[in-house]
Design a protein around this ligand. Sequence first.
Ligand code: 6PG
Length: 256
Amino acid sequence: MTNNPHPPKISVFPNKAELAQAAAEAFVEKARAAIEARGRFSVVLAGGGTPKDLHALVGSSPLKEQIEWSKVDVFFGDERFVPHDHEQSNYRQAFESLLKQLDSTQVTVYAVPTENISAEEAAKKYEKTLQDYFATKATPFDLVFLGIGPDGHTASLFPNHPLVTEENDELVQVIHDSPKPPATRLTLSFKSINAARDIIILAAGENKRAAMEGLLDQSVAIKDLPVKGIQTNEGTVCWYVDEALMGEELLKDLDL
Ligand code: 6PG
């Protein structure tokens, strides 16, 4: 992977609420386009806390009714290796903020298996789920949402970790030493994420400004800032950020 030759598209919103609204409207628009073009919409949800507002918006009126949920397939960008009802589970976060509101729809959810199985077996199982779904080793998800940490990690791809520094061909990977607890997680790989048609990176708050500065600094390598490794060949990568993350200086530098 080169050091992201294409400058990322950055959309700056006044606050988290307007960021979430814009991301929710993008969800609706991309769902409509995918269903119109291919009959189904495959979307990968981000973990952590940032997507909660977005999830609440697409799971309630008026946006909920604008999505043909019976033609939507939901996947997870990464998952903490805990039971789905555990407070640290990304499945639980998605269920509480979105999926429980879709009970009456026929949405299809492909959860990462985390019980009565080893993490390695779970990764193999989820990888097979993806391969069977796409009927190829590629994963052209219609839309992938990602968050980032202050250190520039995304999904569970952390700085200077072998999952980031070593070439690999897997679609789903296991980490046992995540610097962000819990230690054991499953994550889509760069290969899996970057095959997507569209990627939206959601990031808000001043505590993530250093990651944006690193993104814009050509001298910063992907191994030190994994989110820089998020780059699609044919698709688009767009950052949805708020003004608190950018700060006055970056906004001025980028003339945003
Ligand atoms: C996870 C996430 C992780 C998250 C970022 C941002 O499972 O923890 O996938 O990559 O998106 O750490 O988390 P917040 O949105 O809570 O800041």
